[in-house]
Design a protein around this ligand. Structure first.
Ligand code: GLP
Length: 241
């Protein structure tokens, strides 16, 4: 894992956007794995700014998101479909037929998950996967204890994860109990991984990420076995290292 230290959230976002833009420039038909959450918002804003200024082309880019809540419709403002549309897709010229997220409302969830993995393979696999990290070490929605062999699947969310994400909902009861997520094996197949972390609330888990053995009780530690992972974190997130 290669660590890049940023001064603050803004610098982390600028550096992350730089890595993504370098990927797009070197391969204009890249397959990008995308993430949601607060950490990556600034990165999308930087990419949008770049698109406005430099007209970076997204016509040939394909995107696959990590996860989606189960049971939320695509139109629900808290769905990751809605998040991506609002914070990124609507602002760059990417054809909607080239952006993919798991369908959290699928009747046959098993078929949905298999299809999702198959589609990723059909496009040649993910070139660059953007990741945040949960305070419990989850990546995507792969909670502690998730198998490192897992492909895209349905998961029950930990209470602490629902609590951490409750800020976007009216109340914790409204936070879905389940989600569909790319599995750890899906994530590990990405050619390059870019993990971002910002703020004091991520300082303990970043300490664990660098100091703990690779263990399924801290899912993100698997990235230590990935040949090309970049971590960009700000000073607050790195303050316990
Ligand atoms: C959420 C998402 C993850 C995200 C993480 C951190 O639960 N499923 O993909 O990386 O939690 O979120 P945040 O960046 O808001 O701290």
């Amino acid at each position: 894992m290669k660590l890049i230290e940023a001064k603050d959230y803004h610098e982390m976002s600028m550096l992350a956007a730089g890595v993504i833009l370098a990927q797009i420039k070197s391969k204009p038909d890249s397959v990008l794995g995308l993430a949601t959450g607060g950490t990556v918002l600034g990165t999308y804003q930087q990419l949008i700014l770049d698109h406005q200024q430099n007209k970076t082309a997204y016509q040939h880019i394909k995107t696959f998101n990590l996860d989606e809540y189960a049971g939320l419709s695509k139109q629900d403002e808290n769905s990751y479909h809605a998040y991506m549309k609002k914070h990124f897709f609507d602002e760059v010229n990417i054809p909607s037929s080239q952006t993919f997220l798991p369908n959290g409302e699928a009747h046959d969830m098993e078929a949905e998950c298999k299809n999702y993995d198959r589609k990723i393979e059909e496009f040649g696999g993910i070139d660059l996967q953007l990741l945040g990290i949960g305070q419990n070490g989850h990546i995507g929605f792969n909670e502690p204890g998730s198998s490192f062999e897992s492909n895209t699947h349905l998961v029950a969310l930990e209470q602490s994860t629902r609590q951490a994400n409750a800020r976007y909902f009216d109340s914790i009861e409204d936070v879905p109990t389940h989600a569909v997520t790319m599995g750890i094996a899906t994530i590990m197949k990405s050619k390059k991984v870019l993990l971002l972390a910002s703020g004091l609330q991520k300082s303990s888990i970043l300490y664990d990420l660098f100091h703990s053995d690779v263990t399924s009780s801290i899912p993100a530690t698997i990235l230590r076995n990935h040949p090309d992972t970049i971590i960009i974190a700000d000073q607050e997130a790195l303050s316990k290292l």
